[in-house]
Design a binder for this molecule. Sequence first.
Ligand code: DAH
Length: 342
Amino acid sequence: MAVIQRIEELKSGALSAVAAAGSTAALEDVRVRFLGRSAEITEIKKSIGSLSPEDRKEVGRAANLASREIEEALRARTNELAAGEREARLRTEAVDVTLPGVPFPKGHLHPSMRVIDDVVDFFVGLGYRVAEGPEVETDYYNFTALNIPPEHPARSEHDTFFLDEGLVLRTHTSPVQIRTMLAQEPPVYVVCPGRTYRRDSDPTHTPMFHQIEGLAVDRGLTLGHLKGTLAAMARHVFGEELKVRLRPGYFQFTEPSVEMDLSCFVCGGNDPNCTLCKGAGWLEMLGAGMVDPAVLEEVGYDPEEYTGFAFGMGPDRMAMVKYGIPDLRLFFEGDLRFLRQF
Ligand code: DAH
């Protein structure tokens, strides 16, 4: 019968296509071509219904046998090829665990950040909280609330960057004192590190620099507490042997105000030709004082009940001194040849 003949032809065509296929993807094509929905054998099976009962049986059996044989051949060949493909993939994906790794460039902290971290760690160890405030500050928080009213000459010392009406780039971190006191009741113990801005540029001034503000308000705080706290901080950052001294100073928001000096840690005050202190024996370090009662009143604290001390220091300057760097501008140029030395 012609149909049986045709089925045999299709079968041997399919078997040689299976044998010739070189990949599992090619085998899938063979499957679709010979056993798929529009393959000829499939068509033959669909048309069986229209044959005579005897033919139906014979053609049906031949078609089923042929399909089964092709499927069997496909399965066998698929297994064979898949094993080879897996092996090839494993071979190309193999990782040589003895190869040296890719070295990552190692980063490190900027000298200013090392001093900031050191100072902040010291105060956190004493139980102080870290507080932050905005760098774009209102005139009120930066000046007025700190007892520097509009038109006061103290304002002109700040070389302020003015922004829109009533806004400035903060010239110090002292406004964070005000924000902190307005947000909570005493006792207050905070340190406030951050960026500050002034119109100034020379070897020891940059338009952006850092400050760390500190504020303690409680019952019974005295200048003695201020001195003890700052002396311990200075020894933590610069070395145990150091001495500190307080000199009279002037700030609008503290009364009395002091400036703190550090005994020179290069010469110990014994070398008139010392390159660091120039023979003075002392290094200027920070400004501080007892919080002015006018400032406490401004934030609604009762100055009869509470006293406080505050201080403000420049960690960039401290890093210059600590690491012997002559020009502050080097800190902010981002030159890796400079930064990699720390
Ligand atoms: N804000 C001052 C400045 O930038 C530094 C300062 C002095 C802060 C005395 C204080 C302080 O909290 O009590 O020059």
